[in-house]
Design a binder for this molecule. Structure first.
Ligand code: NAD
Length: 320
């Protein structure tokens, strides 16, 4: 029998590991033999998201708010800093916590990585580009962000986190990396978190009208979570400082997304147009040349496949 491949890391700390993306990261790391400590304050995540890992000796769950200094005794060779409210509904409800998690939380996670000599990866966001005037967005674009707009608590926290991470590497030599994640969807997003895919899927499965904002012509590029997780781990395994865009360049209008979900769910829902939120970006599409060239990463899962998997998961949840 062939020996099991050795894990890329012995022990990883995942802040925000009980959230949507973080829980998939914890699962992927455990699957490849890396022990994981998930640090989460459950402000938007839940222990149920990592319930499938609870009880495994390689997995620990620590309830802690990363805006307060925290330490992990176990030797750690990877810190993935994913703690942050991420959906507009959450960060508008938790504006100060979002700013503090992006600033103090990033500082505390960086200090943990420094103490352990660990590789550090910051989850930044396509929101760092704001309402972009360059399309698609490459990492060299500096963005168009309103620093006092409603979304600024998230955008500016992430931009500050990027600056702090970059300065940490320069001053202390910590091996940092930054990924700018574009919209990611999949199982475990909360149906009421306000993001388009879970909202539309919930509405389609309930036979309710799908609420499309504005005229629905604004675009997003949507990556299935397994693709995003593969990109994050490729970044972690590299020595690139980033930022590196991780996203799916297949762009879709919100109206087309709504109709696609209605069709894939076999639903007879209709579409209802509602007011578009302030500062909602008109377009969002990653240029992933850098990830392709340096990480040999690109998305593999089509929208039809990813959405079908996601709809299947929500159906399973509803069936109990
Ligand atoms: P999520 O809300 O599901 O997960 C965030 C997790 O962080 C939750 O479990 C929450 O409880 C935890 N958290 C928040 N503040 C914390 C704090 N101070 N201390 C400890 N835990 C805290 O969101 P998500 O979609 O999984 O996003 C995860 C990360 O990826 C975020 O940093 C987000 O900015 C980034 N991101 C996500 C997307 C996406 O499309 N999902 C896109 C771009 C960036």
């Amino acid at each position: 029998m062939a020996a099991a491949p050795s894990p890329r890391w012995e022990h990883a700390v995942v802040t925000g590991g009980a959230g949507f993306v973080g829980s998939h990261l914890c699962t992927a790391l455990i699957a490849e033999g890396t022990a994981v400590t998930c640090v989460d304050d459950f402000c938007t995540g839940t222990p149920e998201n990592v319930a499938q890992l609870a009880g495994r000796p390689e997995f620990s769950l620590l309830r802690a708010d990363v805006t307060e200094p925290f330490d992990i005794a176990r030797p750690t060779d990877l810190v993935l800093h994913f703690a942050s409210p991420a959906s507009p509904a959450d960060y508008l409800r938790l504006p100060l916590h979002t700013l503090e998690t992006g600033s103090l939380g990033t500082r505390n996670a960086l200090m943990l990585a420094r103490r352990h000599g660990a590789r550090f990866v910051l989850a930044s966001t396509s929101e760092a580009y704001g309402d972009p005037q360059q399309h698609p967005q490459s990492e060299s674009y500096w963005g168009n962000v309103n620093p006092v707009g409603p979304r600024s608590v998230y955008d500016e926290a992430k931009r500050f986190g990027e600056a702090l991470t970059t300065a940490e590497a320069g001053v202390h030599g910590t091996a940092t990396g930054i990924v700018r994640l574009f919209n990611t969807y999949g199982p475990r997003m909360r149906g009421y978190d306000g993001r388009a895919v879970p909202t539309f899927v919930r509405q389609a499965l309930a036979g309710e009208p799908l609420t499309v904002t504005g005229d629905g012509q604004q675009t997003r590029s949507l990556a299935y979570v397994d693709d995003t997780v593969r990109g994050i781990l490729a970044m972690a395994a590299s020595d690139l400082p980033g930022p590196v865009n991780i996203g799916n360049p297949d762009e879709i209008t919100m109206l087309d997304l709504a109709y696609k979900i209605i069709e894939l769910a076999g639903s007879d829902s209709t579409v209802r147009f509602i007011e578009r939120p302030a500062d909602d970006p008109a377009v969002r599409c990653p240029d992933i040349t850098l990830a392709r060239d340096k990480l040999q990463w690109e998305p593999r899962i089509s929208a039809d496949e990813g959405l079908a998997r996601t709809i299947g998961w929500y159906r399973g949840q509803a069936a109990g």
